[in-house]
Design a protein around this ligand. Structure first.
Ligand code: DP6
Length: 325
């Protein structure tokens, strides 16, 4: 049998930045994200008796066993849960408008969880699929669902899963990625968040920040209040990045272009546009905005960053299973 699943990436508005159990991938805090339509991974899995190891093809190329370690470890977990013993052929294709930049482990492990579990004969609910995706990458927990999604930190493996807040947002919201640098990130999110949990003196305050932000952003979502959602997301991102500066050794994902993009969005907002920014484990900036301001936003950003570095995305769907042609 062959099974294909597609999952879209998500961008956190209230960030996940730290684990309390690395083996089970349990997070320190809740988080909340928006799943995007433009960026997704399509993955096909086929358990095959003839193979003597997992074979992972990414965007048409065979990935060496060394680089495929996270995928193989994840497949071991699926074998353990399902009782299957065969190795699998895994074929993943990333749909990202520009090379690299926004390729994400969120869409990758959500799609892999869906395709591998189904092909192994596991009949998982979306909640259990979300728990399984978590074991590949924390942010993948949320990519099982579309729209606005909450990941409950939970107290153990059974209670740490994602749930939709609004699968299809009932107000207008869009995201624009400013791709200031599309090369590989220097500090992985896994390594960065671990260092922060271990050394950043602000970490206890961060836990409290997230608790407050989760309550406030869900209220703002219920009120369809984009300026408040954007404001909370921007402050939350800045506080996450402040943890990094305060770690030992301190580090940052920002480069000069990141700062330019942040200052430009602040200026455009002062001039009346409904726009806010958020950044993740890399220098790219994502702008949360009201789609009615799209033309004005693009007109202002294009001379600074170039049209080819600006990618607009709308809310996207949850995991989809595709039938073979
Ligand atoms: C900054 O999910 O990539 O994007 O769980 O170690 O695989 P692992 O990390 P990952 O971290 C995502 C961090 C973030 C914030 C977020 O998506 O909530």
């Amino acid at each position: 049998m062959t099974t294909t699943a597609r999952a879209h990436t998500n961008i956190a508005l209230v960030k996940y930045w730290g684990k309390r159990d690395a083996a089970l991938m349990l997070p320190q805090t809740d988080s909340l994200s928006l799943t995007l339509d433009e960026f997704y991974t399509t993955t096909t899995v086929n358990f095959n008796q003839a193979l003597n190891e997992d074979q992972f093809y990414l965007d048409g190329e065979l990935v060496s066993a060394n680089k495929a370690q996270k995928v193989v470890k994840f497949m071991d977990l699926v074998r353990q849960l399902s009782g299957r013993t065969e190795y699998a052929q895994i074929t993943s294709v990333n749909n990202v408008p520009m090379a690299a930049g926004l390729a994400s482990s969120a869409s990758a492990f959500a799609a892999l969880a869906g395709a591998a579990a189904k092909d192994a004969g596991l009949d998982l609910s979306l909640k259990d699929l979300s728990r399984l995706a978590r074991r590949g990458s924390g942010s993948a927990t949320r990519s099982v669902y579309g729209g606005l999604v909450e990941w409950h930190r939970g107290v153990d493996d059974a209670t740490s899963f994602a749930e939709p807040v609004q699968e299809v947002p009932d107000f207008d919201i869009a995201m624009l990625a400013i791709l200031v640098d599309t090369s590989q990130k220097k500090v992985s999110s896994r390594g960065g968040m671990q260092l922060v949990v271990e050394t950043s003196p602000y970490y206890p305050a961060w836990r409290e920040v997230v608790k407050r932000d989760m309550v406030a952003i869900k209220e703002a979502i219920a009120n369809r209040d984009l300026p408040t959602i954007g404001h909370i997301a921007q402050e939350n991102a800045l506080r996450m990045h402040a943890l990094n500066l305060a770690a030992d050794p301190g580090f940052t994902y920002f480069d000069g272009q990141t700062i330019l993009a942040m200052q430009t969005i602040d200026r455009l907002r002062e001039e009346g546009l409904n726009c806010y920014y958020t950044m993740d484990a890399g220098p790219n900036v994502k702008v949360i905005f009201d789609p009615k301001d799209q033309d004005d936003l693009l007109n202002a950003l294009t001379p600074l960053f170039g049209a080819e570095r600006l990618v607009v995305a709308k809310p996207g769907p949850g995991i989809e299973f595709l039938t073979e042609p």
